[in-house]
Design a protein around this ligand. Sequence first.
Ligand SMILES: NC(=O)c1ccc[n+]([C@@H]2O[C@H](COP(=O)([O-])OP(=O)(O)OC[C@H]3O[C@@H](n4cnc5c(N)ncnc54)[C@H](OP(=O)(O)O)[C@@H]3O)[C@@H](O)[C@H]2O)c1
Length: 219
Amino acid sequence: MVDKSALLFGASGLVGGELLNCLLKGNEYSKVIIFVRKSLDLKHPKLEERVIEFEDLSRHKDCFEVNDVFCCLGTTIKKAKSQEAFKKVDVEYPLEIARLSKEMRAEKFLIISSMGANPKSSVFYSRMKGFLEQKLKEISIKSLHIFRPSLLLGDRNEFRFGESVSSFLTKAISFVFVGTLKKYKPIEAKTVANGMYKAAQGKSDGIYTYLSNEIAELS
Ligand SMILES: NC(=O)c1ccc[n+]([C@@H]2O[C@H](COP(=O)([O-])OP(=O)(O)OC[C@H]3O[C@@H](n4cnc5c(N)ncnc54)[C@H](OP(=O)(O)O)[C@@H]3O)[C@@H](O)[C@H]2O)c1
């Protein structure tokens, strides 16, 4: 058992939930802290849960004194109800988490962005993810790992019409995702979580960006 500690954001979500499993089951971490809005009611000897107000992250600075910080936060415009509220969850919270991670000298910061992230995109979602990546790079975290998955597959507790249709269609034409199109192939949330876990055990200083097919290879 390696005596590392991890701090995870988004543990109640699709990828975050899978990642929490990896962190608790794997041998690399002896302590796993999660920040949630609502308790997951989960008991595990390695797990430390903090139910917090995300507006007030800096009050929990002490928890950032860990080896690795994982950020799997995210929302949808439909859930957030406005672009401003979406930006808070997908950009502002992650940036604050990254700043606190740097300040408290966490060794690695690993975060999910998205395929197509581009600060100049005309699509709001891709533009926000691109903006997030740009700002994260400016924070100069020692070891920054950005994951850009394509469409996520997995069992959600909620129904998302657009994702379900995309998932159905892309499965039907899965044979086209070869060669340069590999990066567009939908990816299981579990594969992304495994990829993040593996990346945290590997390369150290620097900025690393993983496209969907590279995440699958890591995993
Ligand atoms: N869906 C896709 O196909 C796709 C593709 C590429 C990239 N991505 C990106 O991948 C990331 C993870 O996606 P996912 O599908 O695993 O996400 P998810 O299942 O929707 O989970 C999102 C997490 O963020 C938390 N969250 C949402 N709003 C919050 C708020 N206001 N304050 C605090 N926490 C909040 C949720 O906590 P609660 O349970 O408390 O709400 C949950 O833990 C996201 O950044 C997403 O944009 C998604």
